[in-house]
Write a protein that binds this ligand. Sequence first.
Ligand SMILES: [Zn+2]
Ligand SMILES: [Zn+2]
Ligand SMILES: [Zn+2]
Length: 79
Amino acid sequence: MGWHSVASWTWDAQDETCGICRMAFDGCCPDCKLPGDDCPLIWGACNHAFHLHCILKWVNSQSAQAHCPMCRREWQFKE
Ligand SMILES: [Zn+2]
Ligand SMILES: [Zn+2]
Ligand SMILES: [Zn+2]
């Protein structure tokens, strides 16, 4: 199985760029012109963050269960 019960919160150690589009999280995805509420960040259950639009495109491009592009765990939206 693996590390399904990792106790520590590791967000601070993550990159500050989106792993899909490589744009900074304080910017927006390539499909948007302005950062902010129209291009929110979304976290997965694995604690990797992406632009919402990027991960939606990613998930939709997967034929079956989507996996996190960063860690290859099954992708589930957090909360
Ligand atoms: Zn992105
Ligand atoms: Zn966007
Ligand atoms: Zn991940």
